[in-house]
Write a new protein. Structure first.
Length: 450
């Protein structure tokens, strides 16, 4: 009976979504742009024979290259016009945000509001183009070393390098444009949604390969082992949801004036401080940083891959890679939390509205108190984020296929969970604005609205 009521509520929610014309149009636009992105990932660069890309597919079937291929939705291994994906833009965003901390000019732009934000976005795009002009030739050199047979015999390499670099750069900028249009005209979170779609595109194949592998005699385990993997995967997903939604509530009271002029304390309220205020951005940032060395390895040719450091950094199941990856995640969690949460501004806002934390003086002591609370809850949040991020390496130890292991935590899982929750919150807000019930039985996605 409960399942029947739940199914009826879900059907009614879908009908409510369809009734809201603006939401219906936004979902349609989002689907259209996502379809364009997926179509472009199969359009091969001019002059390349896609049937001769076997070695490139082998190269991207394991190691760090497989993660890069996953972020691009398979476009990297297809030598597609979208092969470089959205990661150059993420790398440029990291550099600009670091400059916003160290360089006074960028700090001033951040304080200028909308006009400053537009200028920062403009500089980010310029830097993205510069990164693409470096990564484009490096990708083509790697393509020449690994899949030279795919290039036509009478092909002018220099001309091919120039034209293909331009095409690859234009393809990545077009993906960025699609992401911005999804944010403006679609359901929001455009760039994150583009990354998520690329990851989801690999899930059916990974799921099928793992199932076949467990059913075969080589890996063993059978259906029981496969079901245990799914249970563990579900547990990690629940842990990821709890991490992204967890909050620490700080009690706040507001002093009010009665009709006779006497002051009294109003009802106690709570200031929700997220355990992981940075969401999945630290993982995306750390992954983008680790992708940068690949560009320089390609310039060094095949012999560059034989060095100890390069081999270990390209093995995303190795201890060195995961140690650096986890450290970067912890650092970026603190960094992103520091630039998104401003305790001084929060304390000033509370003081301006006659609010105070019980037992703490308003003003600077309140800012220091909030900063201390954020530091305490960010540490376990960053550690848990790092642990989930390196879980695929441990999954590989237990015989899980590499492509399926990447969904046992790590970048894939947390990005999927984070983007899905944010997208559901966007749809939820449209439903609540029109006085319809939300997507969940409670009518609100807990932890995402506060």
């Amino acid at each position: 009976m409960a399942n029947k009521v739940s199914n009826l509520k879900f059907v009614q929610t879908i009908k409510n979504i369809w009734k809201i014309e603006d939401l219906r149009v936004r979902i349609g636009i989002t689907i259209l742009f996502v379809a364009l992105y997926r179509l472009g990932s199969y359009i091969v660069l001019p002059g390349i024979n896609p049937e001769m890309l076997t070695r490139l597919h082998e190269q991207t079937s394991g190691g760090l290259m497989s993660l890069l291929d996953m972020f691009s939705g398979g476009a990297f291994s297809n030598a597609s016009i979208f092969a470089l994906g959205i990661m150059p833009y993420i790398s440029a965003s990291i550099v600009i945000q670091l400059l916003a901390i160290a360089v006074p000019y960028f700090q001033k732009l951040q304080r200028e509001g909308e006009s400053g934000r537009r200028k920062i976005n403009q500089y980010t795009r310029y830097l993205t183009v510069l990164i693409l002009l470096v990564q484009g030739p490096s990708y083509l050199l790697n393509l020449r070393y690994t899949a030279g047979a795919a290039l036509g015999g009478g092909l002018d390499w220099n001309l091919f390098m120039i034209t293909s670099t331009i095409i690859l750069a234009a393809g990545s900028m077009f993906i960025l444009w699609l992401g911005e249009r999804i944010t403006d005209k679609g359901i929001g979170n455009g760039v994150s949604l583009i990354i998520m779609i690329g990851i989801i595109a690999r899930l059916p194949q990974a799921f099928t390969q793992e199932f076949v592998s467990r059913m075969s005699a080589a890996t063993g385990g059978g259906i029981i082992m496969f079901l245990l993997e799914l249970v563990f995967l579900l547990a990690v997903i629940c842990g990821g949801v709890a991490l992204l939604q967890g909050t620490r509530r700080v009690p706040v009271q507001y002093a009010k004036q009665s009709a006779g002029g006497a002051s009294y304390s109003g009802a106690r309220q709570y200031l929700p401080l997220k355990v992981n205020a940075a969401n999945v951005m630290p993982i995306i940032f750390a992954q983008a940083i680790l992708f940068i060395p690949l560009a320089f390895v390609s310039y060094g040719g095949p012999e560059a891959e034989h060095s100890w450091f390069v081999r270990n950094m390209m093995d995303h199941t190795g201890w060195l890679y995961n140690l650096i990856f986890a450290t970067l995640i912890i650092v970026f969690t603190y960094f992103y939390t520091a630039i998104t949460i401003n305790p001084v501004q929060m304390a000033e806002d509370m003081k301006r509205n006659n609010g105070f934390v019980p037992g703490v003086k308003p003003g600077k002591p309140t800012a220091e108190y909030i900063d201390t609370i954020m530091s305490r809850i960010t540490l376990p949040g960053s550690l848990f984020l790092a642990i989930i991020a390196v879980l695929p390496a441990f999954a590989g130890v237990f015989g899980v296929q590499q492509e399926f292991a990447s969904f046992f935590g790590g970048t894939s899982l947390l990005i999927l969970v984070g983007v899905v929750l944010d997208t559901l919150q966007q749809i939820e807000s449209y439903l609540l604005m029109r006085h319809y019930d939300g997507l969940l039985s409670s009518g609100r996605i807990k932890g995402r609205v506060g």
